[in-house]
Design a protein around this ligand. Structure first.
Ligand SMILES: Cc1ncc(COP(=O)(O)O)c(C=O)c1O
Length: 374
C-alpha cells in the first residue's frame, strides 16, 4: 500500500532526538529550532518523560472513560497550578483540531447561537468546525463551508465591536499568537477590548493556545500578557511533548452535561502519564522562564541582522520576515547548516524550538544563521 501523498517532504529520515538536537539515519546531527512544529516542549527523549511513559505502558496503557482515571485529575491539578487556571475545568482529547471543535460546540450549546468570528490568517485545525474558522479557502472542503464564520482583520477593534454588537455571535476564536499566519501578535489593547465586547454581547471568548501556549511565549499562555481571562482555552502540541493529546480549559460558567461531550482515546492513561511528566519537567526546570529569557535574547540579537525585514514574536515563538521568498534560505539552513526551522507563507521563517533551548544553543543557531545571511 502507498502512503496518501499529501506532505511535501524533505529527503531526511529523522530517527533519534535528544534535547534540542535530532539525528538522521546517516548519523548526521541537526539543531532543532522547529520542535517538530512546536510540539517538543521539554526536549527530545527527556529521561523523566521516557521513564514515566515506559512505566505507565508496562502497567496500564489504556482503559475507557467509563471508569475513574486518577491520572486525569493529576494532569488537571498540575495544569491548573502552573497556568493560574486552577478554578477552570479540563476536558481532554487527542489533538488541537479536536480541542477547538469541542470548544466551539460547547459555546454553541451554551449560547444557542451559530455564528463565529475568526480573524484573517487564522489557523485552527482541519476538522469540520476547526477548518471552517481557519482562514484558508484551499483547505475548506465544500462540506465544511457552512457560512458560520465572519473573518475580521486582527487588531481592528472597531470592526470587532461592530460585529459583536449585532448580538448574535456565538463565539470569537483567536490564537494567543498566530502561528501559521506568520507569528502575528494581537495587541494587549485589542485582547482587552475583545474581552469586554464578548462580555457585553454574551459571546464566548475562545483562546486557541495550541501553538502559543504551554510556556512557548514566555508566559504559560500568550494571552496572559494582556491580563485577560478567556471563557475557554484550547491546548495541544506541547502538552504531551509528542504524545498526541489536546485539552480544553473551561470556565465555571459552563456546566457539564453527561454525554454532551465524549471521546474514546482522550485523556487515556498513557497520554496522562506523558502530560504529567511534561508539567513536572516544565516546573522543575523552569522552562517557561527559560523560554522568556532565551527568547528575549534571540529576539534582540535577530533584530541586528540587516537581511531580516521584521522580527516578530514573544518567547520562543519567533517569526523572521524577509523581503524575498525564504525557500532557498531555509534549505541552506537545513542542508548546509543542519538547522531545522519552520516556515509560514513564502517569506517568513518560524522558530519554534524546544523550550529547553540553552543560551549556547541560541548562540549556535545565530552563528549558523550568520553563515547563511551574513
Ligand atoms: C493555533 C493552532 N490551532 C490548531 C492547530 C491544529 O492542531 P492539530 O494539528 O493537533 O489538530 C494548530 C496546528 O498547527 C495550530 O497551530
Amino acid at each position: 500500500m502507498k502512503l496518501f501523498d499529501v506532505y511535501p517532504l524533505f529527503d531526511i529520515n529523522i530517527v533519534r532526538g535528544k534535547g534540542c538536537h535530532v539525528w538522521d539515519a546517516k548519523g548526521e546531527e541537526y539543531l532543532d529550532l522547529y520542535g517538530g512544529h512546536a510540539v517538543i516542549s521539554i526536549g527530545h527523549a527527556h529521561p523523566h518523560y521516557v521513564e514515566a511513559i515506559a512505566k505507565q505502558v508496562a502497567t496500564l496503557g489504556f482503559y475507557s472513560n467509563s471508569v475513574i482515571n486518577k491520572l486525569q485529575q493529576d494532569v488537571a491539578d498540575r495544569l491548573g497550578a502552573i497556568s493560574g487556571y486552577d478554578d477552570y475545568q479540563l476536558f481532554l482529547i487527542n489533538s488541537g483540531a479536536e480541542a477547538n471543535e469541542n470548544a466551539l460546540k460547547l459555546a454553541s450549546f451554551h449560547t444557542g447561537r451559530t455564528r463565529v468570528v475568526s480573524f484573517a490568517k487564522a489557523f485552527h485545525g482541519r476538522t469540520s468546525l476547526a477548518v471552517e474558522v481557519t482562514d484558508n479557502p484551499k483547505i475548506i472542503a465544500p462540506i465544511n463551508d457552512n457560512g458560520h464564520v465572519t473573518y475580521l482583520p486582527l487588531n481592528d477593534t472597531e470592526a470587532m465591536k461592530a460585529e459583536l454588537a449585532k448580538g448574535d455571535v456565538c463565539a470569537v476564536i483567536i490564537e494567543g499568537i498566530q502561528g501559521v499566519g506568520g507569528i502575528q501578535v494581537p495587541t494587549d489593547e485589542f485582547m482587552q477590548a475583545l474581552r469586554r465586547a464578548c462580555d457585553d454581547y454574551g459571546t464566548v471568548l475562545i483562546l486557541d493556545e495550541i501553538q502559543s501556549g504551554y510556556g512557548r511565549s514566555g508566559k504559560f499562555f500568550a494571552h496572559q500578557y494582556a491580563g485577560i481571562r478567556p471563557d475557554m482555552i484550547t491546548v495541544a502540541k506541547g502538552i504531551g511533548n509528542g504524545f498526541p493529546m489536546g485539552g480544553v480549559l473551561i470556565s465555571t460558567k459552563f456546566k457539564p452535561v453527561y454525554g454532551q461531550l465524549g471521546t474514546t482515546f482522550g485523556g487515556n492513561h498513557l497520554a496522562c502519564a506523558a502530560a504529567i511528566a511534561v508539567l513536572d519537567v516544565m516546573k522543575e526546570e523552569g522552562l517557561v522562564e527559560n523560554a522568556a529569557k532565551v527568547g528575549a535574547y534571540l529576539l534582540e540579537e535577530l533584530k541586528g541582522f540587516p537581511a531580516i525585514k521584521e522580527v516578530r514574536g514573544r518567547g520562543l515563538m519567533i517569526g523572521l520576515e524577509f523581503a524575498e521568498p525564504i525557500k532557498e534560505l531555509r534549505s541552506r539552513l537545513l542542508f548546509e547548516q543542519k538547522v531545522f526551522t519552520g516556515v509560514s507563507g513564502t517569506n517568513v521563517i518560524r522558530l519554534l524550538p524546544p523550550l529547553c533551548l540553552s543560551m549556547s544553543e541560541a548562540d549556535d543557531f545565530l552563528s549558523r544563521l550568520h553563515k547563511v545571511i551574513g
